[in-house]
Design a protein around this ligand. Structure first.
Ligand code: HEM
Ligand code: FES
Length: 620
């Protein structure tokens, strides 16, 4: 770690900040001193002394550099020109030093360990080096190089039942959030193809890490260089991973692939050459990143597309088709969990539609997926085609299933389905029935003839109540929620009116948690509400077109299509998601690009900005 990753991080950082060249030992002494002070929860006077000495040395160095005049184009020059006081410049420099050395080093260690220790990860990367972008993102989630951030409570609040007073200091454990089983599928596994991998490794919002783009770029390029130069690299011994406030491998010895050479002790010349090659390439990219341009050059990997064939299709009630899909070659399909949905791409003459459907079969069946599709009255073609024209043998495309509606551990469950909203709840019911959990399912429909999967649902009696509105009217959801035990998790899917009534009923019973799945997935709020319009985005490198509905951000639509664009703040302040625009006018809504950059219109921050016209082409 010292021989390669740390040396690379230091050289990159010196280049970007404009600090003088210095021996790595001096730099490391500074950073370790500052870090000792930052994590000195036990108020150890020895650590405090170390922090004070290192802090004073950095202050001297900054003072000297400012007196000489910092080199133009560096971060120090930017800080000096910003009108910041000396104390502000010195404090920022310390943050840059500590963040810029340890964190990229540890991220590199987490990513390389995953590559070397996990055969599935290695196979994918060796097949397609552009997936290194995904390796870096998943290593950020999985490894969480920075474990915690501190916040002061500005107004009294209750978080997970714990009352927080104004002024209290809260330590938010990012590393836990990044492995929270309520949010992540198999959180303790390293999955290259996670969808919506919106981890919190750089924190979030306006305080998120300023070095995120630099760190991602640096580690991506370092891995590209190293894995290309040493394709047969192997772990020489088990890596040692330490720390929780700052976490990463302290030792990661590898066999570079020569005759038993190891680094740093073995093939020192080869290791040095790799360091130099990676440092050169990284230093160039780092300079671009500092100028907010590096992110756009990242090669982005799209999730693999699975080709599916319709194996069975029947229409149990008039406007619903139940479709069984298998892999075109009969292969095993990717795993999924109850509540998951899959995006299907349907080609119809010269049009392509992409629609999300909940998986409603049995997760244990790894060779087929089942979806039920209802023809919506305002169908723009996708559902109408699936219900009316699809035939056995037809071919569809899908990307990996995603689950944003996952069963969380709870003392009791209430599932509420309205009409075709039964689809995500059916696998949940199956899993709860087999688990011995305390649960009930309320299945509401107009009349029995209009309700799909009735026999499968009624097999769960007596946990199930089938409610037909034609003869009983709408169920009293307030009374139903009042009757469930405290702590119950309520999962609901159905028409908007029913979900709205449930949300109102839930305000009367704060001891339950309501989770809903809409037929159209909930929208990520767009940055400014104006004359929003739908926009088509052509992805030039992936050769795909995606539709950005008017209530979604471009970033959200890209993620839905399996395209990863690194994002950190998702508020238009950090620059992580900067993407090159090849054609089309941009409605810039970020707080980062200069007026000139906005006028030029050749880049956009896809987390908030949109197309001014109906069509955009992006370099993705
Ligand atoms: C994998 C690499 C990195 C990780 C995981 C990371 C993580 C973080 C986190 C969690 C924060 C706290 C944000 C908050 O309080 O909400 C932060 C802040 C910060 N990071 Fe990073 N960081 C990384 C790389 C870097 C690099 C390369 C630099 C500098 C070149 C850097 C400079 C900073 C600075 C200056 C702040 C303070 C921002 C502020 O207070 O507004 N970081 N980083
Ligand atoms: S994610 Fe920060 S600007 Fe888009």
């Amino acid at each position: 770690m010292n021989g390669f990753a740390q040396s690379l991080a230091i050289r990159t950082l010196l280049h970007v900040t404009g600090l003088p060249d210095m021996p790595a030992a001096v730099f490391t002494w500074w950073v370790e001193g500052i870090a000792a002070g930052a994590a000195n929860y036990e108020r150890d006077p020895g650590k405090q002394r170390q922090a004070d000495e290192a802090g004073a040395a950095v202050d001297d160095m900054v003072r000297h550099r400012l007196r000489r005049g910092p080199e133009p184009g560096t971060l120090l020059a930017g800080l000096a020109a910003s009108g910041a006081t000396f104390d502000e410049i010195a404090a920022t420099t310390k943050l840059l030093l500590i963040g810029g050395m340890q964190e990229p080093r540890d991220l590199f260690g987490h990513a390389l360990t995953a590559y070397l220790a996990n055969q599935a990860v290695r196979r994918e990367i060796d097949r397609d080096k552009s997936a290194i972008v995904r390796l870096v993102e998943e290593a950020l989630r999985f490894g969480s190089p920075v474990g915690t951030v501190t916040r002061r409570v500005t107004a009294p609040a209750i978080v997970s039942g714990v009352p927080l007073d104004e002024g209290a200091i809260v330590l938010a454990v990012l590393a836990s959030a990044n492995r929270d089983p309520r949010h992540w599928e198999s959180p303790d596994e390293f999955h290259l193809w996670r969808e919506h991998n919106q981890h919190l490794a750089f924190s979030a919002g306006v305080h998120s890490c300023v070095g995120a783009t630099l760190a991602r770029t640096q580690v991506r390029i370092a891995l590209e260089e190293l894995l290309t130069a040493y394709p047969s690299m192997r772990l020489a011994e088990e890596p040692v991973v330490r720390g929780w406030e700052f976490r990463g491998p302290t030792s990661l010895k590898v066999d570079l692939g020569g005759a038993g050479a190891t680094t740093p002790a073995g093939d020192v010349a080869a290791a040095r050459a790799a360091v130099q090659a990676a440092t050169r390439a990284t230093a160039q990219a780092a300079a671009r990143a500092a100028a907010q341009t590096a992110a756009r050059t990242a090669a982005r990997a799209a999730a693999p597309v699975i080709t599916l064939q319709v194996a069975d299709l029947h229409r149990p009630v008039g406007d619903v088709a139940v479709i069984t899909l298998r892999h075109e070659r009969g292969d095993q399909l990717p795993p999924w969990t109850p509540g998951a949905h899959v995006d299907l791409t349907i080609a119809r003459s010269d049009q392509r539609f992409r629609r999300s459907y909940s998986l409603c079969g049995d997760p244990a069946d790894r060779y087929s997926w089942r979806v039920a599709v209802r023809r919506t009255p305002d169908s723009r073609g996708g559902s109408a085609f699936l219900v009316d024209a699809l035939e056995v043998g037809d071919v569809l495309e899908a990307v990996l299933p995603r689950n944003t509606f996952r069963l969380a551990p709870a003392p009791a469950y209430l599932l509420v389905a309205g009409g075709i909203g039964i689809t995500p709840l059916l696998p949940m019911a199956r899993s709860l029935a087999g688990s011995g959990a305390r649960w009930r399912l309320l299945y509401v429909g107009r009349d029995r003839d209009a309700m799909t999967f009735l026999d499968e649902v009624e097999a769960f009696a007596p946990a199930v109540e089938v409610w037909t509105t034609a003869d009983r009217g709408r169920p009293d959801l307030t009374a139903i929620l009042r009757s469930v035990p405290d702590g119950t998790q309520v999962y609901a899917c159905g028409p908007e009116g029913m979900l709205h009534d449930l949300a109102t009923a839930a305000t009367d019973k704060p001891a339950v948690t309501l989770r809903v799945e809409r037929f159209a997935p909930p929208a990520e709020p767009v940055a400014a509400v104006g004359n929003e319009r739908e926009c088509r985005v052509w992805l030039a490198r992936t050769r795909k077109e995606i539709l950005v509905p008017k209530d979604r951000t471009v970033l959200h639509a890209l993620e839905g299509a399996g395209i990863i664009v690194p994002s950190t703040c998702r508020e238009g302040v950090c620059g992580s998601c900067e993407t090159r625009v090849l054609a089309g006018a941009v409605d810039h809504r970020d707080h980062l690009l200069t007026d000139d950059e906005k006028k030029r219109g050749d880049v956009m921050l896809v987390c908030v900005s949109r197309g001014r016209d109906e069509n955009l082409a992006l370099d993705l």
